[in-house]
Design a protein. Structure first.
Length: 356
């Protein structure tokens, strides 16, 4: 029927084609060296979650990636450090390309790689993939937040650990997506600090689901998942208070047990656990490691927001004014503070291992 008015796409400005996952993968194919890192690291992370490997999983890196050059410099430093701490720590780099915003703001490198509202997403996805390949080729595993449900079809084979963020942990779409991810996935507790939504998310994502998604060739498809046995909880604080302390961790452990998904958990030292003050992250880390040394069986990993240089900056109109190696989203600790915190953590864990 031809009506004189339209009932659809009323609020749509336009559509532009996006290369399919297969097309992007052809332009940036997985290499053997990168695949080996992902395969090895996923196995290691699963062993840590299963409590077979007693190392601490440390997910550290910038709040968001906006400059691949700075990201590679960070990766080189982390890799070098990892050689010194590998007996007690498994370092995984935060390579976050998608940012969930509280209201609005830059949504990350895939969405707008030039940070100028030109939204060159095909380029963003390709360059994101190229960067993840390079970091994996160096031998360093990567962690990222799965925000757009199409993302894993493009990048999934390069990721060793996934987060579902505090703002999406309650979303059915994200729980379904997590149930099909090929890597372990940590659900952050909600921004209100409550655990219910994230524990429900862990439960839901361990089941198989049927939902709509895209296939390799970009066609929409019905996706059937098996469930992700390695979904777990990440405590990040919220509702105006941290939740990394011993009592909060014990309560979380108890709640997981009650929900029938007893598993180990990760503590995010940033976000509401440090009340967004990056200088507090090393103190959070120190307290968390004390819990591990004192016998906490629940904690198996930590997360840090860290960059080459401390703090953060607003994205300037004149991009030539951007400061190198400084976050354009949440404020981070600098490399020196990161290295000091991780070397100290290593010494403490090693001392416990050797001397009991
Ligand atoms: O980790 C990143 C931020 O905390 C998250 O993306 C929310 O950011 P916003 O509150 O600045 O939008
Ligand atoms: C957005 C993030 O965290 P959260 O979901 O905990 O706010 C993040 O780690 O980048």
């Amino acid at each position: 029927m031809q009506a004189g008015f339209s009932l659809e796409d009323i609020n749509i400005e336009g559509f532009s084609p996006m290369p399919s996952p297969a097309e992007i993968k052809r332009l940036a194919p997985l290499t053997e060296a990168a695949a080996e890192t992902v395969n090895r690291s996923r196995t290691d992370i699963k062993k840590i979650l299963d409590n077979i490997d007693d190392r601490l999983l440390v997910i550290t890196g910038p709040c968001s990636i906006h400059d691949p050059k700075a990201a590679l410099e960070y990766a080189e430093r982390l890799l070098k450090l990892s050689e010194h701490v590998s007996e007690t720590i498994l370092p995984v780099m935060r390579v976050y390309f998608e940012k969930p915003r509280t209201v609005t703001g830059w949504k990350g490198f895939i969405n707008d790689p030039h940070m100028d509202n030109s939204f060159q997403m095909a380029e963003g996805m390709l360059r994101a993939r190229e960067l993840m390949i390079k970091i994996n080729e160096m031998g360093l595993p990567v962690a990222t937040e799965a925000l757009d449900p199409f993302g894993p079809q493009y990048l999934g084979e390069l990721v060793s650990w996934y987060a579902i963020g505090a703002r999406t942990t309650e979303s059915q779409t994200h729980r379904e997506m997590a149930s099909g991810l090929s890597a372990p996935v940590g659900f952050k507790n909600g921004t209100d600090g409550q655990l219910d939504s994230s524990i429900n998310a862990v439960k839901a994502s361990r089941q198989g689901h049927f939902f709509l998604g895209i296939y390799e060739d970009g066609r929409s498809s019905i996706v059937r998942t098996k469930g992700n046995r390695y979904s777990h909880l990440v405590l990040r604080g919220g509702g105006g208070r941290p939740n990394f302390d011993t009592v909060s961790v014990m309560l979380a452990e108890e709640a997981l047990k009650k929900a029938g998904v007893a598993s180990r958990l990760i503590i995010d030292c940033s976000h509401a656990n440090s009340m967004k003050n990056p200088d507090l992250q090393p103190f959070v880390l120190r307290d968390v490691i004390t819990q591990v040394i004192n016998g906490s069986r629940a904690i198996c990993g930590v997360m840090l927001e860290s960059n080459l240089f401390a703090g953060n900056q607003k994205i300037p109109d004149d991009l030539s004014q951007l400061k190198y190696g400084v976050s354009v989203t949440d404020a981070c600790i600098d490399w020196e503070a990161t290295e000091h915190a991780l070397r100290t953590t290593h010494r403490r864990l090693l001392d416990k291992k050797l001397n009991g």
